[in-house]
Each structure stands twice: as C-alpha cells, then as structure tokens.
Design a protein around this ligand. Structure first.
Ligand SMILES: O=P(O)(O)OC[C@H]1O[C@H](OP(=O)(O)OP(=O)(O)O)[C@H](O)[C@@H]1O
Ligand code: HPA
Ligand SMILES: [Mg+2]
Length: 165
C-alpha cells in the first residue's frame, strides 16, 4: 500500500486536546448518550477520553479488521459485533467513536448496523465527512495521519532536505 504525499503527525497532547474539543462539540448537542460503541482499535483511545468528559460509563466495542494484503486490499472482517441491546431501535442514543474516517468505508459498515446512532471522529478526510455526524479537524485526502501510538521519538530531516512532516 503506498502512503499519501502529505504527513500530519499528531502528538499525545494534541490528540488529547482535539478529543476534548470533540467532547465539547458533542456536549453542545444537548443529547444524552446511553452508551459509547468504539470502533477498534483506533476508537479505543478517544472513547476513553470522551467517556471521562461526558460521564458515559457504558462502553462497547465493534471489532473490525481491515485486510491490507495484496489480494484483499481494503476488505474488512467483523471480529466482534455490537451488543444486541444497544442495536435495538437502530442504535438510537448510542455514540459511535473512531479516531478518523478516511474513505468512509468503516463508518458506513457500522452505520448499517445502527442507522440511528450518532457517529463521531476526531479527524476526517473529505470522502469520509458525509458518513459521520461530528468531527473536529478535516485534513485533505492525500494526507496520512500519524497517530501517537504508532510513532516513536526519532531524528527528523530538515524541510530543505526533503522532510515530509
Ligand atoms: O474510513 P476508512 O477508509 O474505512 O478508514 C478509517 C479507519 O481506518 C483505521 O482503522 P484500521 O482499519 O486501519 O485499523 P485499526 O483501527 O485497528 O488501527 C481508522 O482507525 C478507521 O477505523
Ligand atoms: O490517515 C490515516 N492514518 C492512520 N490510519 C489510517 N487508516 C486509514 N487512513 C489512515
Ligand atoms: Mg480503525
């Protein structure tokens, strides 16, 4: 899989701030959410922060793995579904959380399970924006977001020498 040209590295501090901003936006909706369903694995981190900010203590997961092998590029496998009681009434009152929406494929798959749930992501790319309800920061489609849990602390090339970040 080839990565997009532009890089958007996110630190733990920035991710925490952006997820707090998402929590503020969600609290401004004036809606009481009865549960969070986080889309693993990326949704686990913002779900913990939003759960604390909005005092939502019922947390479930939907476990989806994207296959990145050459033949099945982009195919997804559902490893664990959502608790049946949360899916009642189309998932009304449920908050679905993920770190980002890119093509929108993952969000659409979960929407098919809970069409009335509210979908929130910290980051969004243009193709994914119509598939969710609330997000904080939009980046262009040709940008790759580097999350803090995927990164280490390493030397950076100067911009003049071809640095990408
Ligand atoms: O909008 P899409 O094109 O579907 O892409 C967005 C999804 O891709 C990433 O998850 P990924 O499947 O890479 O797995 P992970 O969360 O387990 O790291 C990200 O966490 C979103 O869930
Ligand atoms: O931009 C991205 N960053 C990290 N994981 C991803 N999965 C889809 N798009 C991205
Ligand atoms: Mg994910």
């Amino acid at each position: 899989m080839s990565l997009p040209d532009k890089a958007f590295p996110v630190s733990w501090d920035q991710f925490h701030r952006d997820t707090r901003a998402l929590s503020w936006r969600l609290s401004g909706l004036g809606q009481e959410f009865k549960a969070i369903v986080c889309i693993t694995r990326g949704g686990l981190v913002p779900a913990a922060i939003i759960s604390r900010e909005l005092n939502i203590r019922m947390i479930d997961t939907v476990c989806i793995a994207t296959r990145h092998d050459y033949v099945n590029q982009g195919d997804t496998v559902l490893l664990k579904g959502i608790s049946p009681e949360l899916m009642e009434n189309g998932g009304e009152g449920v908050l679905v959380v993920d770190d980002l929406t890119d093509t929108g494929k993952t969000a659409l798959e979960v929407r098919a399970m809970m069409p009335k749930a509210h979908f929130a992501c910290v980051y969004a790319k243009p193709s994914g924006v119509p598939t969710i309800d609330t997000f904080v920061t939009e980046v262009s489609q040709d940008t790759w977001i580097y999350f803090p849990w995927d990164m280490g602390f390493t030397y950076q090339e100067p911009i003049a020498k071809g640095h990408r970040g």
